[in-house]
Design a binder for this molecule. Sequence first.
Ligand SMILES: Cc1ncc(C[n+]2csc(CCOP(=O)(O)OP(=O)(O)O)c2C)c(N)n1
Length: 379
Amino acid sequence: MIYKEQIFNLIESAKRPLLIVGNGVRMAKAEDELAKFRLCSGIPFVTTWATKDMFVEGTRGLVGTFGVSATKYGNLAVQNADLIISLGCRLDTHMAGPDWRKFAPKAKKIIVDIDRAELDKYPRTGSELKVCIDVKEFLQEIKPDSIFWSGEWIGQILKWKEQYPICPDEYYKQKDYVNPYVFMNELSKATKDGDIIITDAGATLTWTMQGYGIRHRQRLFSAFNHSPMGYALPASIGAQYAAPDAQVICITGDGGMMMNIQELETISYNKLPIKIFVMNNGGYGIIRQTQDRWLEGRHAGTGPSNGLGMSDFMKIAGAFGLYYMRIFDHAKIDEHIKDVLNISFAGKIKKPVLCEVMVNPAQKITPKLDPGKSLEEIE
Ligand SMILES: Cc1ncc(C[n+]2csc(CCOP(=O)(O)OP(=O)(O)O)c2C)c(N)n1
């Protein structure tokens, strides 16, 4: 492999190295090679939305996700690293931010991608080493045999994680509504190993990707960057047929739910035991956030007071013959989520459930990067 020596030198001289694990790792079936690389080198790593489910929450070295709608600590790790090794990640603007020159400005970047066109798209800043190779081959050739991380670097990352949690304790004290970060935290705790989680679009998608902690052998799907509203419900049906014994959990917004609502009949008719959580924030939350941030709160087409009608989900569930539940606030939220997941008929057959989760219409995606800013400025 070309650049081999240069790569070893870069790794050896780095004080704050960081791996970016992109979906190319999964596509190249290089999970084992990556695991060896991580364990031998001790280098911490960040994930994308697509690779989030490759790692159980709490995995040694796992920092979190990074990008425009991610975690502050993930972004701080990226922006303060002195060496980035990006493995099969296309580092689009959603990950790297709008200005490539502001992405990981202190780092040398080894960018590994099998697609030459992807590598060619990065403007040259002098800090990139572009390696056009299959990630699996790269990891087979670059085998670190000593630990490179410094305790100080790992300690700093842990401090950021403590300082900027996605779901601070005070969220639990909020009243009258369910905070979506609390919900994701509690949902993650209530699920089992091997469950399949499918999430939809908008703020609901971001809350899931920011706040849901992966357990063993779980898969977490969204339509990723395509992000059509209405993906999660039919995708959950596909997942249930592909994995008949798995618990499939669908998380959708109230807006997204309306896009493919006919599929509730598919679920009901075929008795698919899918658990559907509808994050009801009275309209298109993510668009409302944009209107608040950039249009001085002039709302249009995002809720019942400004041109977007919302339906009654209890009646909808009834019309399709689905069991219905609603979670209003944080009181016994853990038990309520478990009730939804465990509901059965005559103690045996699991049933589909539609559960509304009542979210404050003013609830924001937090943190979220404003356009024009660099990743560490995410608030
Ligand atoms: C089919 C489709 N139409 C429009 C959009 C643009 N869009 C993205 S998110 C969103 C609002 C989503 O609202 P909801 O599903 O209720 O989720 P929330 O943001 O409230 O969590 C819109 C209109 C899209 N992604 N897909």
